[in-house]
Design a binder for this molecule. Structure first.
Ligand code: FAD
Ligand code: DLZ
Ligand code: SF4
Length: 508
């Protein structure tokens, strides 16, 4: 009897668990471009184009491999507009009784599948290193779920950078050697750019027509859209970018959007690259003497540590995670997050590059846009929906713990032990943004003072009760308490004035 095998837009892996459970000779693969998935947030046009183009190519590769594939294009007259609608329609056509699906990466879709009037066999997503059960066992009984301890277990499990049961070169973490300020010159020219082929061009026309008004620039479109291309990008980066990845991981530059970053998160998250294989290739570069330990360990930690840990938290915490708001922040997201003008050069540059590429690197997301949203007290759900929409690598399982947890502290400290907030001096140290900004980073108060400087204190004062007993923040409260009353009043008044002007839509 025929069963349907669902393959979602971020499940484009030939070894997907649902495909492994299915029988090529009688089951039918269902793939669908649907309005519901393309519009539950206003996704960046590059993100939609990437997913549709990669889906079409993956469907073709499955068909070449002997699978029967029912593929629905967005503009098909019969398109019902939702994944469940498409499954029901295809089930009727094939008289299929059941659906095999690999667990989706968002609660929203898991729940929709569970409520559908078809028999569902949902299987684990085995493309991750830790299963839900392993993460739950690790979390069980711990007072704090710190990534570093989880990461060490993942090193032991995978054997990556291990000598027996000891980490290579005697240390688990080489972060101390990373985080250098922006270099004067970058000797890596960024990710490989792929010329759109016929399939991609067709998708670009469709996306332009249907989603051209969404925030984000569609063209030039340069992403890889199949595994072969994604592997070429990975190999290109391992050769030319990896050696300095660690050194300049946190640096930011006006005129360089990618620095030494790998630009593979879109590809791993959609299933075009396998995370373990990526790490093994990077480990090999270390074994060959091509890349130093601080770069290689730093990179592998991001994948088998942070990436896996974030997924663990999302599924452990449950569907209400994205509505958490322990700091009770309720300000609206300012227009300049959607491309409106701002005098803050760092924010303006991070948003402009997000608009153009559907990409910003970790420190831009955390210490520029995320830091600003947290300091300004923006509603974390709005912040979450913004990140989910504008980045091509964003699916809730990875985006929400990064935004709600790490960046906005809205989960009360599950992901991070203290909020990631800083004044302008951090941005000045790690970038060249402040040099060409209308504000002066060295000014702590006054008309030209960097807004991050006053907002920083404003944030600490507003949340004193929660954070003053946090050992890692006590020193900042002592500094505040030592300031003259008059200065403290000026700082707080200027912060309030800035926020009022921002809320009123003035140019800030
Ligand atoms: P590199 O800097 O080269 O890092 C290598 C890889 O490590 C990445 O490709 C990614 O797979 C993994 N990685 C690194 N940091 C993280 C992390 N914190 N969580 C999970 N994986 C990580 N990453 C996403 O994949 N999707 C998101 O929606 C997302 N949203 C974020 C939101 C905020 C507020 C912050 C602070 C970070 C977010 N990240 C997200 C993590 C990180 O910013 C991106 O993974 C990274 O910028 C992708 O670019 P890259 O491939 O060049 O990564
Ligand atoms: C993000 C996305 C978009 C834009 N469009 C589709 C689509 O049309 N069809 C599809 O199968 N998947 C799409 N996706 C990815 C899904 O939203 C993703 O699988 C879920 O959010 C779970 O991670
Ligand atoms: Fe950003 Fe302040 Fe520096 Fe301007 S001065 S770029 S607002 S940190």
């Amino acid at each position: 009897m025929t069963r349907l095998v669902l393959v979602l837009g971020d499940q484009l892996s030939p070894n997907l668990s649902a495909l492994q459970k299915a029988d090529k000779s009688q089951d039918v693969v269902v793939m669908a471009e649907v309005a519901d998935e393309a519009s539950y947030v206003p996704h960046h046009p590059k993100k939609i184009a990437f997913i549709f183009a990669a889906m079409r190519k993956f469907a073709a590769s499955l068909a070449d491999d002997g699978w029967r594939v029912d593929y629905t294009k967005l503009d098909s007259n019969e398109n019902t507009g939702s994944i469940t609608g498409e499954l029901i329609r295809r089930a009727e056509a094939h008289d299929a009784k059941g659906v095999i699906a690999t667990e989706p990466g968002e609660w929203r879709l898991i729940e929709a599948l569970q409520e559908m009037p078809l028999k569902l066999h949902m299987v684990n997503d085995t493309r991750f290193i830790a299963s839900h059960k392993e993460f739950e066992d690790w979390a069980e009984g711990r007072k704090e779920l710190r990534m570093e301890w989880f990461y060490r277990d993942m090193r032991r499990k995978t054997g990556l950078l291990m000598e027996g049961d000891k980490p290579v070169e005697g240390k688990w973490n080489f972060d101390h050697d990373n985080r250098k300020p922006a270099p004067d010159e970058v000797d890596y020219n960024g990710p490989m750019q792929f010329t759109p082929d016929e399939t991609v061009e067709e998708v670009l026309d469709l996306v332009e027509q249907r989603f051209g008004d969404n925030f984000g620039t569609l063209k030039p479109f340069w992403y890889a859209t199949d595994t072969g291309q994604a592997r070429r990008q990975l190999t290109h980066w391992v050769k030319h970018g990896l050696p300095k990845f660690g050194d300049f991981q946190d640096a930011m530059l006006n005129d360089n959007r990618f620095l030494y970053h790998s630009i593979i998160s879109f590809y791993i998250n959609a299933g075009l690259l396998d995370p373990l294989e990526v790490c093994q290739q990077v480990e090999q570069a270390y074994k060959d003497g091509h890349a130093p330990i601080n770069a290689v360990e730093g990179f592998i930690r991001q994948i088998i540590g942070w990436r896996e840990y974030m997924r663990g938290i999302y599924f452990l915490e449950g569907p209400d995670y994205t509505s958490r708001n322990v700091l009770k922040h309720d300000r609206k997201l300012p227009e300049f997050f959607w491309g409106g003008e701002t005098k803050m050069n760092c924010v303006s540059k991070a948003v402009a590059q997000t608009r153009d590429e559907a990409y910003a690197h970790h420190i831009q997301r955390l210490m520029v846009t995320g830091n600003f949203a947290l300091l300004a007290g923006i509603d974390p759900h709005e912040v979450h929906e913004w990140y989910l929409a504008v980045y091509a690598d964003a699916y809730e399982w990875v985006e929400a713990p990064n935004v709600i947890g790490m960046s906005q502290f809205a989960d009360g400290g599950i992901v991070g032990s203290k909020p990631y907030v800083s004044s302008g001096s951090y941005i000045d140290r790690m970038s060249d943004y402040c040099k060409s900004c209308a504000y002066k980073v060295k000014d702590k108060t006054g008309e030209d003072a960097c807004p991050f400087n006053v907002l920083y204190w404003n944030f600490l004062v507003r949340h004193r009760e929660r954070f003053s007993s946090n050992g890692r923040m006590g020193q900042m409260y002592s500094t505040w308490d030592r300031m003259k009353d008059e200065r403290r009043e000026t700082v707080l008044a200027e912060a309030e004035d800035f926020l009022d002007r921002m809320d009123a839509g003035d140019l800030v």
